[in-house]
Design a protein around this ligand. Structure first.
Ligand code: HEC
Ligand code: HEC
Ligand code: HEC
Ligand code: HEC
Length: 200
């Protein structure tokens, strides 16, 4: 009896650890094969392709998804001092917005006829829309110079930044590596995510 319980505990612990260490796109919001009525048969293909990638968005990783052509209102405030990288969202943020601004269907990608409903342009319902004044600033340079100039910031753990570029991926992991709510790098319990960069 004792042996069986012990084996069960060991097996469960093993499953738990494996769950923690795996990248888990499968079953997440980014698994477009499981959406009702989906005609997508591969997990990576709505976003990536090994060949014939779409180069509309600069520096994108073998991108396959139709790029957004929307124009945006960018964040501004009296105290925001970050230097914008471009005139609108750039890099990874623009990749995210190609589904999350609600103007392009999630399954609009090369060689595929889009059938899914576009994400709603409403925060809380999966989409951000194009008025980015309502969201945390993105697409600006976050480096040691800004830390010094601001006095209330610190650089986040390795892997949260694309070099010195602050993008959606500075808070979110698009591949849902940690399997946390909202695909965050760390859970925001007691504002732990915010306090990774803001010294408050
Ligand atoms: C919903 C869209 C989406 C899906 C699905 C997706 N990716 Fe990505 N992937 C991205 C984005 C966006 C980036 C850029 C992220 C960044 O730079 O932080 C990226 C970056 C990458 C990179 C380069 C950076 C890194 O993380 O190593 C690799 C490799 C990659 N993806 C592989 C894959 C593979 C393999 C799959 C399928 C198992 C996959 N991705 C599924 C959106 C996606
Ligand atoms: C190919 C389209 C596509 C791209 C590109 C994409 N997403 Fe998504 N994302 C979706 C869909 C579809 C959902 C599921 C929406 C739903 O459940 O209503 C989703 C869900 C999410 C969620 C909610 C997950 C949850 O657990 O509640 C977050 C956060 C998110 N995406 C962030 C991002 C970020 C950040 C990027 C870029 C790094 C990105 N997405 C790129 C299509 C995409
Ligand atoms: C400063 C950190 C941060 C940045 C930058 C950020 N997010 Fe989020 N995001 C969060 C947190 C925290 C949540 C969960 C709490 C909430 O829902 O408000 C979230 C929730 C979401 C959701 C799920 C909520 C919903 O509407 O269903 C989506 C989708 C999303 N983010 C997409 C994005 C995209 C796209 C970008 C870039 C344009 C982005 N985020 C930039 C921190 C961030
Ligand atoms: C990866 C680092 C990082 C994370 C995580 C992060 N921030 Fe930020 N945040 C910044 C940087 C850098 C700025 C730009 C500061 C500046 O230039 O004034 C900023 C700007 C802001 C601003 C605007 C400041 C202004 O002067 O207009 C607010 C408010 C804010 N963050 C709150 C939050 C909250 C709340 C969270 C958690 C949900 C969060 N941040 C998570 C790095 C981060």
């Amino acid at each position: 009896m004792k042996k069986i319980i012990l084996i069960t505990v060991v097996v469960l612990a093993g499953v738990g650890l494996a769950g923690l260490s795996q990248a888990v796109i499968t079953g997440s919001g980014h698994d477009l094969t499981i959406v009702d009525g989906s005609t997508v048969t591969q997990i990576c293909i709505p976003c990536h392709t090994p060949h014939n990638a779409d180069t509309t968005i600069a520096d994108a990783p073998l991108w396959n998804h139709t790029a957004t052509a929307a124009t945006y209102e960018m964040y501004a405030s009296d105290t925001f001092t970050g230097t914008p990288i471009g005139t609108g969202p750039t890099g990874v943020s623009k990749l995210c917005l190609s589904c999350h601004d609600g103007t392009v269907a999630p399954d609009a990608f090369t060689g595929h006829t889009a059938a899914m409903t576009k994400l709603p342009a409403t925060i809380g319902a999966g989409g951000l829309g194009t008025d980015l004044r309502k969201s945390h600033p993105i697409s600006f340079t976050f480096d040691a110079a800004l830390v010094t100039a601001d006095g209330d910031l610190k650089l986040p753990p390795a892997g949260w930044m694309n070099g010195t570029k602050f993008e959606c991926s500075s808070c979110h992991d698009v591949h849902n590596k940690n399997n946390l709510g909202a695909m965050l790098h760390i859970a925001n319990t007691n504002s732990a995510l915010c306090l990774s960069c803001h010294v408050k």
